[in-house]
Unconditional design. Structure first.
Lengths: 169, 113
């Protein structure tokens, strides 16, 4: 099927990332906040935490978002969201897979585990003291909700992570 | 983008404001080359050119309870996808749309010295 045959098919145009642009003080702040948090996690564990491995991708996502924000359609995370993201990275249990970080168009910082068509989980932080989850764990099992977030994972979030990692399809 | 899967990432279909709209273009009867020109003229900029585009049937939008409203500025083919609500369910909707979308990636241009 080609685009020409689609009935009134909406097309979403993707912008090219421009990682060569200068790094803003905001980006430096993000990196600093997250690096500090991950360094603390590193010092308290013998194994590598998932948050450590996610850090470079988070910085890349931020730079992409920064380049796109110049032209609108993309908000940047507020400092509170960065702090929450750092706390989440620090709080991730060692037994979970490394998440893929991304900056949503709203500026929310999201962490995604895409382990297959029916093994998918996203945690998102907006700097509002809450954590959102959106998940598909099993065929037709769609889960979403919002909970308070004060820096540690609640039972609901831990259960989602455990179910995601253990799900065999 | 999900290059290996030939489909976009769900983030491509997330609204900037949780209960806002997403901007799209009607691409019926347009070739990929036509779409690329349209995007270059009205979306991309020389400093921030486009990576590609993704196409999706309007039926997929409607089946998720969303609507497509014509917004003929900056172009008569421009429209907004409306009907989003402020809810984490948006990601589930966006993922379903992304799963159904067809991704076209543009060849990178050689930077001029």
């Amino acid at each position: 099927m080609t685009t020409a045959t689609l009935p009134a098919g909406p097309s979403y145009v993707l912008r090219r990332a421009n990682n060569s642009e200068g790094v803003s003080p905001f980006a430096i702040q993000l990196t600093s906040i997250v690096q500090d948090a991950v360094a603390r996690a590193w010092n308290t564990t013998t194994g590598q935490r998932p948050g450590v491995a996610a850090l470079p991708a988070l910085s890349d996502s931020y730079r992409d978002a920064e380049a796109q924000s110049v032209h609108g359609g993309q908000a940047l995370p507020v400092p509170a969201a960065m702090r929450e993201a750092a706390a989440l990275l620090e709080a991730l249990p060692t037994w979970c897979a490394v998440p893929a970080p991304l900056i949503e168009p709203s500026g929310a910082i999201a962490f995604e585990w895409d382990l297959g068509p029916y093994r998918w989980l996203v945690f998102a932080l907006k700097g509002t003291g809450t954590i959102e989850h959106s998940a598909m764990i099993g065929r037709g099992v769609e889960l979403h909700g919002t909970a308070n977030f004060t820096g540690s994972l609640g039972k609901r979030e831990r259960d989602l992570l455990r179910d995601l990692m253990q799900f065999k399809g | 983008m999900r290059l290996g899967l030939q489909r976009p990432h769900f983030n491509a279909y997330m609204p900037q404001v949780a209960d806002g709209d997403i901007s799209v273009y009607r691409t019926m009867d347009l070739s990929n080359a036509d779409i690329e020109v349209l995007g270059a003229q009205h979306v991309g900029t020389p400093a921030n050119p486009l990576k590609g585009h993704c196409c999706l049937s309007a039926d997929a939008i409607f089946s998720e309870g969303l609507n497509i409203v014509s917004a003929p500025n900056p172009h008569r083919r421009h429209a907004n996808v409306t009907g989003w609500v402020n809810d984490p369910k948006n990601r589930l909707i966006a993922r379903k749309l992304a799963e159904l979308a067809k991704l076209t990636v543009y060849l990178p241009t050689t930077p001029t010295p």
